[in-house]
Design a protein. Structure first.
Length: 163
């Protein structure tokens, strides 16, 4: 049942991100798909983060314009796996560690994504530090909201007690 929820959340995030992206372009300061991947990794572990990151990243690459298919998949795979490792090695049950995890994951994702394009010679990204910081803050805030909503759903207490 958890797999179905993650697949639905990823599909919903992809649909929202794609729809908003078509109207606003790249001005949105949040990567909803990355938020879902990091949430899944923190709550379910590195294997889930790795698999969901791969699938979600490639799906996002396929629906976006101007990106090489696979670059986002690679970045989200690495971030999903590392976020899952962090979730298993550290206590991320409180808002501040979760905020830091989402923020750091966003910065790492941006560095991997943009760095891959620079290495391939496809883009000159300049100094995107402010944009990455704003996106990291946006992702962290949305990630905290996702955790709050997920924990308030019926049955969330039962699943926490089983772990």
């Amino acid at each position: 049942m958890k797999v179905v929820g993650l697949v639905l959340a990823t599909a919903l995030a992809l649909a929202i991100q794609t729809a908003i992206g078509r109207f606003l372009g790249n001005t949105i300061g949040v990567d909803l798909i990355l938020v879902v991947v990091v949430y899944a990794a923190l709550s379910s572990g590195p294997v889930t983060g790795l698999i969901l990151g791969t699938i979600a990243g490639i799906a996002q690459d396929a629906t976006s314009t101007g990106n090489i298919i696979g670059v986002g998949g690679l970045a989200k795979t690495v971030v999903g796996f590392l976020a899952g490792v962090v979730g298993t090695q550290f206590i991320v049950a409180h808002p501040l560690p979760r905020f830091v995890a989402f923020f750091a994951a966003s910065l790492l994702h941006g560095a991997l994504f943009l760095g891959t394009y620079v290495v391939l010679g496809m883009r000159d990204v300049g100094a995107p530090f402010a944009r990455l910081a704003v996106q990291g803050l946006g992702n962290a805030v949305i990630g905290l909201l996702v955790f709050k909503i997920a924990e308030s759903l019926p049955g969330a207490e039962d699943s926490r007690m089983r772990r």
